[in-house]
Write a protein that binds this ligand. Structure first.
Ligand code: MGP
Length: 264
């Protein structure tokens, strides 16, 4: 685990400059090199990262799973406005879309990602947004590190089992691969009851409350869940389930891009 900035001598270079030369072909696509299956995401590149043209890195998996920036900003604001956290854990940080927006608002973000190429993308992208020094990046498995992490809020954007999630009319959260909703929320609760989970827009809403219904010792208020439908240009892209003190409706339920977007 990387230590926070004050606990290690300035002489130790924890994050040497990474020019990514060995992974450029995996993370630095152009209109010509983007694989056919990712072309629809290429058109959305400035929705994913407004600073895309400054050299954002995304590997193939990140292209289809990163949170569009306007949505990541909306979620970060919801978390900040309701909990005023100092430290947020982003348990599956991917290429850094949510981590960056959280780091723009809170003191510290702990960002975990087990894929070595993906976490290099996240670190690089955080540099572009000027927030890398507010983030502790951990390359590893959330479930392994969870017992060692303290945070005020946990944000989870888990794998949904790939882009095929839309093949189901109603997405079964029990069958989410490789981790079902209850498993990830249960692993997060010892860290904080204030949890946000980014989920498919066709999720089975009945199942979203199940992870907190399991705790019989809690007040009724603790089992409240807020579902936020997240839109880009009028189209629902995903939902966010908020638990604990995050389950408070705000006036920012909907994220809308301005009509004149830079996407091409
Ligand atoms: P999408 O599948 O590209 O839907 O994902 P879209 O763009 O509405 O497709 P269309 O064919 O209906 O036009 C929408 C958003 O879901 C993406 O931008 C990601 O933020 C998120 N997303 C998609 N997947 C497959 C994942 C995933 O596996 N994990 C997470 N956390 N987010 C995902």
């Amino acid at each position: 685990m990387q230590s926070s900035e004050n606990s290690i001598s300035d002489d130790v270079d924890l994050q040497p400059y990474d020019d990514g030369a060995d992974i450029w072909d995996q993370v630095a696509f152009t209109a010509r090199t983007i694989p056919n299956g990712l072309k629809k995401y290429w058109k959305q590149r400035f929705s994913l990262f407004s600073k895309f043209s400054e050299g954002i890195w995304m590997n193939e998996q990140s292209w289809y799973s990163v949170t569009p920036e306007i949505i990541a900003k909306n979620i970060a604001e919801h978390i900040y406005n309701n909990c005023r956290p100092s430290v947020v854990l982003d348990a599956f940080c991917g290429a850094g879309g949510n981590t960056i927006q959280l780091a723009l608002l809170v003191d510290r973000v702990v960002a975990i990602e087990k894929d070595p190429v993906t976490i290099r993308c996240a670190k690089h992208n955080a540099e572009i947004y000027g927030v890398a020094d507010k983030i502790d990046f951990i390359e590893g498995d959330f479930f392994e590190y969870a017992p060692y992490i303290e945070a005020d809020v946990v944000f989870l954007s888990p794998p949904w089992g790939g882009p095929h999630y839309l093949f189901q009319d109603v997405f079964d959260l029990h069958a989410m691969e490789p981790y079902d909703l209850t498993t990830i929320v249960s692993a997060s609760r010892p860290i904080s009851p204030h949890i946000a989970v980014y989920l498919p827009r066709n999720s089975n809403i009945e199942q979203v409350r199940e992870p907190v219904e399991r705790y019989e010792d809690q007040d009724d208020d603790d089992s409240t869940v807020l579902i936020s439908y997240l839109h880009v240009r009028g189209k629902c892209k995903a939902i966010c389930a908020y638990y604990g003190a995050l389950a408070v409706p705000s006036s920012m339920e909907y994220a809308l891009l301005p009509a004149a977007s830079a996407d091409a």
